[in-house]
Design a protein around this ligand. Structure first.
Ligand SMILES: Nc1ncnc2c1ncn2[C@@H]1O[C@H](COP(=O)(O)OP(=O)(O)OP(=O)(O)O)[C@@H](O)[C@H]1O
Length: 270
């Protein structure tokens, strides 16, 4: 990421300790610890099926872990009831893998949705903010009255990003932001993510297995493997580490401690 964030004061926005989540006998997250500092952009990398989405869903309160704590600004969110979790989520902005726009709403209404529904902003003001955010992601007014089906995947991602930043969130979550995009559009979305996180002064948490994207948007990278964070550090130290899991993953090697079975590719730890 350009203009690397100074995280020397180390205010922790999200503090995860001992996070464990299993589905039946399958342990996905196994006593996982991770700190995400206020104002940084942290990217969690890891192979398919290692549990990146499960981790994200636990943080968003969409999945209940079996044990452990997730503190957001010092408040443990595990076990919060829906109303209290909703209050926490109001400070979040999210860009989902396939943008997850409402097909029946115009682009303008999609971007204004959270402002009106979750924040009670009057419609006219919400539309003014939505236009401003669309412009920030490079979409002019002529897009406002279109519907998602009329847009390409890259354009939908831009709209998803405009919607994610519309409420000026404290923390932004990106789920595989470049999936389904060509490399040029992927680069554009990455640049917009960097710009948005910086302009808002937000904390960014991204999950991806796109290494180019991870390097572009992160201040720090954490690698998930075997249910734990096997390595975490500044992005520029990723290629220097002697961690064998990181080395194998970032170089796309078949040989190494990560066992990849062609017969059962559902889970990298299998
Ligand atoms: N609700 C669920 N019920 C049962 N198993 C689940 C559930 N959600 C996830 N899993 C399992 O947890 C494991 C991790 O899934 P997850 O989607 O978090 O992986 P991921 O790292 O995000 O993978 P990808 O990069 O392919 O999206 C997988 O084996 C998956 O089948």
């Amino acid at each position: 990421m350009n203009n690397k964030t100074d995280i020397t004061n180390k205010d922790i926005r999200i503090k995860i300790r001992g996070l464990t989540k299993a589905f039946g006998p399958k342990v996905i997250l196994d006593n996982l610890d991770l700190d995400i500092y206020a104002g940084e952009s942290l990217v969690v990398i890891g192979g398919s099926g290692t549990g990146k989405s499960v981790l994200l869903k636990c943080i968003l309160g969409l999945l209940r872990p079996d044990s452990g704590t997730i503190e957001i600004n010092g408040q443990d969110i595990i076990g919060l009831d829906n109303d209290d979790m909703e209050k926490v989520r109001r400070k979040f902005g999210m860009l989902f893998q396939y943008a997850a726009l409402f097909d029946s709403l115009t682009i303008l209404d999609n971007v204004a949705f959270g402002l009106i529904q979750a924040h009670g902003v009057p419609k006219k003001e919400a539309h003014r903010i939505a236009l401003e955010k669309l412009s920030a992601v490079g979409l002019g007014e002529r897009f406002a009255s279109k519907f998602p089906a009329e847009l390409s995947s890259g354009m939908k991602k831009r709209v998803g990003l405009a919607r994610a930043i519309a409420t000026t969130p404290e923390t932004l979550f990106f789920d595989e932001p470049t999936t389904g995009l060509d490399p040029v559009m992927g680069d554009v979305i990455d640049q917009l993510i960097v710009k948005s996180v910086k302009e808002l002064g937000a904390t960014g948490l991204t999950i991806t297995h796109d290494m180019d994207s991870a390097k572009r948007i992160s201040d720090r990278i954490a690698m998930l493997y075997g249910g734990k964070i096997t390595w975490v550090g500044p992005t520029n130290e990723l290629e220097k580490t002697d961690n064998p899991y990181v080395h194998q993953f970032i170089n796309g090697l078949l040989e190494g401690p990560i066992k990849v079975s062609l017969a059962h590719s559902d889970r990298a730890t299998a």
